[in-house]
Design a protein around this ligand. Structure first.
Ligand code: NAP
Length: 321
């Protein structure tokens, strides 16, 4: 546990803590560990800053009464982690070895070792997989109603999916939108009965059963969503300013297969708050949390993991001495 290492050279390969991932969980963990004078490396991953880098304005992160743009919020968090000596590298982890200590973390360009690791690789929204989806992402196509719903005031909105998220988000979106159409690929919902009943009774919600989204049209932003009936093959076009894709998330845990205990959906399984199945490896944020998935909750989990790491490292030191 070498606080003095935090000031060491740029070719440092061994750290007290390596944080994998740079969303709100990763950067917050980095603020706490580096401020606790633990030498800290944050490996940012393929999308430095995480999911908020693809969001426009964030209105629900406390401390910003007039809102803040997602990328600006993440740059602020990064600078805050660096301010206390945390080092951030823009690289992607390709392999980890948590079987022996110190742990080994390999990226495209380097191999690092660490006394403790915090996994903050997040989750990615499942995509529809149609070409126009990427083109309109952040320009009418959204993956988070809580984040973006208020930007669609008095618009016609389409929601895709039939699970709890889709139904909950569709209901939430009726607070803002003129109308909400739920496009679902089957004729029954996966969502819990209580959410279903609420949505079925909501006069602003209409269901398009056995349909899939086949294309999105618009100029600067989404204007029309094309849906296709999977039985008849008939395509029709729906006027809509927003398309919310709520077909599930996939945790970014491929590199941890065989290293950490994952649940049947691939999320990291935790015990005692932030501890994974490997002693010394902790996790925070959407990589284990599929319930809340908010920037502020991820940041909170990042803080918790950092405090747990700090305590665990000092326990190790006491045991060794
Ligand atoms: P989910 O339960 O996996 O549901 C995903 C939905 O999207 C399903 O209806 C699925 O259709 C559909 N879908 C998947 N891939 C698709 C594709 N390529 N094209 C079109 N549709 C597709 O995901 P979720 O709704 O995000 O929920 C995740 C977990 O969080 C669940 O355990 C859920 O219970 C929980 N959750 C709970 C609450 C709550 O309790 N209030 C709120 C939100 C989430 P099929 O049904 O045909 O498979």
């Amino acid at each position: 546990m070498s606080g003095e290492q935090s000031q060491s050279s740029s070719n440092q390969k061994h750290y007290d803590v390596v944080i994998i991932g740079s969303g709100p969980a990763g950067y917050t963990a980095g603020v706490y560990t580096s401020r606790a004078r633990l030498s800290t490396l944050i490996i940012s991953g393929t999308l430095p800053g995480g999911q908020l880098m693809t969001t426009s304005e964030v209105e629900n992160y406390p401390g910003f009464p007039t809102g803040i743009f997602g990328p600006e919020l993440m740059m602020n968090m990064r600078q805050q982690a660096e301010r206390f000596g945390g080092k951030v590298v823009d690289d992607e982890v390709t392999k980890v070895d948590f079987k022996k200590r110190p742990f080994t973390i390999t990226t495209h360009s380097e191999t690092y070792s660490a006394e403790a690791v915090i996994v903050c690789t997040g989750a990615s929204p499942r995509k529809l997989g149609i070409p126009a989806e990427q083109q309109f992402s952040g320009r009418g196509v959204s993956y988070c109603a809580t984040c973006d719903g208020p930007f669609f005031k008095d618009e016609d909105i389409v929601v895709v999916g039939g699970g709890d998220t889709a139904i909950e988000e569709a209901t939430f979106l009726t607070k803002f939108g003129k109308s909400v159409k739920i496009v679902h690929r089957r004729e029954s919902l996966r969502a819990s009965k209580i959410l279903q009943d609420k949505a079925l009774e909501n006069p602003k919600i209409e269901f398009l059963w056995n349909n899939v989204v086949s294309d999105i049209k618009g100029d600067k932003k989404v204007a029309t969503v094309l849906v296709k009936d999977i039985n008849s093959g008939i395509e029709k076009s729906i006027t809509a300013g927003g398309l919310f894709v709520a077909i599930g998330h996939e945790p970014n845990t491929a590199i941890f297969q065989g290293q950490l205990r994952l649940d049947d959906k691939g999320y990291v399984v935790l015990k005692d708050h932030t501890r994974t199945s490997v002693e010394g490896v902790f996790a925070a944020g959407d990589v284990h949390d599929h319930r809340y998935r908010q920037a502020v909750t991820a940041a909170g989990f990042g803080c918790m993991a950092a405090i747990d790491v700090e305590r665990w490292l000092s326990e190790q030191k006491t045991t060794k001495n």
